[in-house]
Design a protein around this ligand. Structure first.
Ligand code: FES
Length: 97
């Protein structure tokens, strides 16, 4: 077990689990598109992006494992703006789908 912080809330979680799996388990909703339980995560759509504090970056939560002391923001302005851009790019590339 490791301890992480999600949106200011400390959680004890299983080492090796992905961020998205942990968020789902704790009823913290993050959108996802390409993640399916039957398939290995590919991190291809990036819709599940979350913000890490250290190192400060965005990562796809479906394919990024948790680590001790990780600080995660699921709905920061940076995350929300990035998800919006990702949707716009998906729709621009698949206008009739
Ligand atoms: S759900 Fe597609 S990259 Fe995570």
């Amino acid at each position: 077990m490791v301890t992480i912080d999600v949106n200011g809330r400390a959680l004890a979680v299983e080492l090796g689990a992905t961020i998205l799996a942990v968020l789902k388990k704790h009823n913290i909703r993050v959108p996802s598109l390409c993640n399916m339980d039957e398939l290995r995560p590919t991190g291809s759509c990036r819709l599940c992006v979350v913000e890490l504090e250290n190192p400060h970056k965005l990562v796809p939560s479906c394919s990024y494992p948790v680590a001790e002391g990780m600080r995660i923001h699921t709905h920061s302005p940076w995350v929300l703006e990035t998800r919006k851009t990702i949707i716009e790019l998906l729709l621009a590339d698949h206008p009739d789908d």
